[in-house]
Structures are given as structure tokens and as C-alpha cells.
Design a protein around this ligand. Sequence first.
Ligand code: ADP
Ligand code: MG
Length: 371
Amino acid sequence: MSVMKERETTCGPPPEPGIPPIECRNLWKIYGARDQEALAAMKKENLNKEQVLERFGCGVGVVDASFSVNQGEIFCIMGLSGSGKSTLVRHVNRLIDPTAGSVLIEGQDINQMSFEQLRQVRSQKIGMVFQNMALLPHKNVRQNVAFSLELRHISREERNRVAQKALETVHLAEWGESYPDELSGGMQQRVGLARALAADPGILLMDEPFSALDPLIRRQLQDQFLELSEKMNKTTLFITHDLDEAIRIGNRIAIMKDGVLVQIGTPEEIVTHPADAYVADFVAGISRLHLVYAQTVMKGPEYFEKNHPGVSLENCPESTPDADLDTLIDIMVGTDKKYISIMDCGQCVGVVTRGALLRGIQGKETSIEGV
Ligand code: ADP
Ligand code: MG
């Protein structure tokens, strides 16, 4: 029996195009006996976390979070410890119930599902990877990866085949017979990932999967995960407290503070247009070289003409709107011209001046006035 096939028959047809795999709508989580009272007061009086604790003895986990994750996307949630990231992600496979709001998986409200539907969604549609994967110490690596399939009564032969394939995916094909304590921390996390992948879920929830690892290993795992993710077209909700990691991994990032999603955007949007002083502080140390593109720093052709009357762009080097600052620097260093024409489909759509490029690197002037 093929695991893939079983997924199709027991979980129904794939979702209709356009329906996001994950969607949270006005999700709230307040911990404590007086959670509904606290919720009403927060909505009415805009109380902060400390005030809620003081007045109601309740902890604030998530505050009115709304977002959706698109098919194939890696959506990062980044915030300091205690900001509510784990609380948020645990709603997505209903490990916890919200105080208010809803979570839709492929358009279906997970909190309205029957026990049986929920069991199927958890075992077949959603895989989860934690910071410290608790591998079963008395089972070998392959048996650990195959464990969820064992629970689903899939034959030994089939589950070993699937587990071996998952181990190959994370470059641990040779380690199936070993026991968890023979593996390094990084390898154990990869076993955890293989375990999540074994059931071939469409959605991956990853709660700080690489946070406990040394920086070098962490980077290797990030690269491996990105490569894998491109191949497999999974939808991933990735939690991290590390902005660098979020920027490396995420197609989009949500910045979380005290339970609130203060900004959602692409890495470039967040770095060039931080929503408030808190985000600005966070992104202040981030290098813009690979995050900011020509289209953001260029001036429109009319604006350029108006401000540089008589200047000809003939013989100036050319580039494209999606060239990053790093590429533009290389071009500018290799020419004695002061301008780069930005071309799209044979047409000049903008001009990057030396000044605009330097300002773009500085992050001081990134407006697209005149475009
Ligand atoms: P993060 O994953 O970003 O570190 P958490 O989601 O673990 O944050 O925690 C968010 C807030 O919710 C914290 O203030 C934490 O103390 C509180 N919290 C988390 N889990 C519980 C719980 N089971 N009971 C009460 N408060 C909790
Ligand atoms: Mg956490």
C-alpha cells in the first residue's frame, strides 16, 4: 500500500486552488480561568500584557492574529522568547484551543472537526518538528522515523521503505540502524525532520527546529531545509527567535511582540519599511545587500530626466529590477558611469544613481518617488 495513495483516499481530494493551506482568523489565546473576561476587557480597553496579568491573573499568548500561508510558502514567525510563537503554532494542529478566533486548514476549521477528522489531519496533513526532537531512545533511527506509520498499522516492509526514503531526503541514509544517542544534535534534528516528512504531509510546522544547534550546523541545516523545501513544495510555518534565520528561510516573515503580530511582509518589506520602532530596532543590524533590490532604490525615468536635465544614459551599464544591491555595487564599481539603467522587457523602467545606491545601502532613502 502506498502512503501517498492512502493520503488521497482518506483525506479527500487536494484543496481547491486559491484556498490557503493555513489560515488564522482573529486568533486569541489568553491563559487562565478568567480568559473570557480578560478578552472582553482587552478588546474594549486595549490592555497590555502586564495589565491583563494584574487585573485578571491571566497570561496573554496570542492577540488577534490574522494571516494566511500560501501553498508552497515558508512563512516565518519571529519574536523574542515569550512573545507567543509556540502558542500560535500549537493552534495550527489544535494542540491547544483558542480563546477566540479560528484556524482553517485547507479551508476547514480545525476546531470544528470531529475527533476522527482531527486525527487524520494530524497524522497525514501536518508534520511537526520541535526544538528538541524527543526521539525514542530504544528504537533505532529508522524505527523512529517509521513510528507514526507503525501507529497507522502500515506493514513493516512498507514503513521501512518510506522511512528509508525520508532518511535519504535528510542525508542520513546510512544511519537507519543507529540509535539516537549515537547521533549529534544536528543529526537528531534531521531525524526529527525525516519523521515529520515520512507521512508526506502537505504542511510542516517547525518550532525553533535549529535554535539549539551551533551556528555552523544551524546554517547547514537551514541550507539543507531550503533545498529540500524547494523540491518538495511543502507549506511551512517556521518559528524562530533569530531574525537572520527568518530572513534566510522565509518567503514572508511575521514579527511577533507580546502576542501581537506587529508586521507581516517579505524580508525586503520588513527591512526597508519597518512598521514601528520595535521592528526598526530589530532590523537595524541586518545587511541590506541581498535583501533590497533595484526596483526599490531606482528613480523612475521621468523623475531622472527632470532632475538630471540633458544627461544621456547612452553607454551606461544595464541591469534588471530584481538585481540586489550587491549586484548593483559590482556593476557600479566596474564602470566610470554614474548611472545604471534598469531594463525590463527591453524598456528602461528606472535609473539607479550612485547616490541612490549608496543611500540604499545605508537604508536612509529607499523611496520609489517618481516611479
Ligand atoms: P514563545 O514560544 O514565543 O517563547 P510562548 O508561546 O511559549 O512564547 O509563551 C507566550 C506567553 O504565554 C508567555 O508569557 C508564557 O509564559 C505564556 N504561556 C505559554 N504557555 C502557557 C501555559 N500553558 N499556561 C500559562 N501561560 C502560558
Ligand atoms: Mg517557543
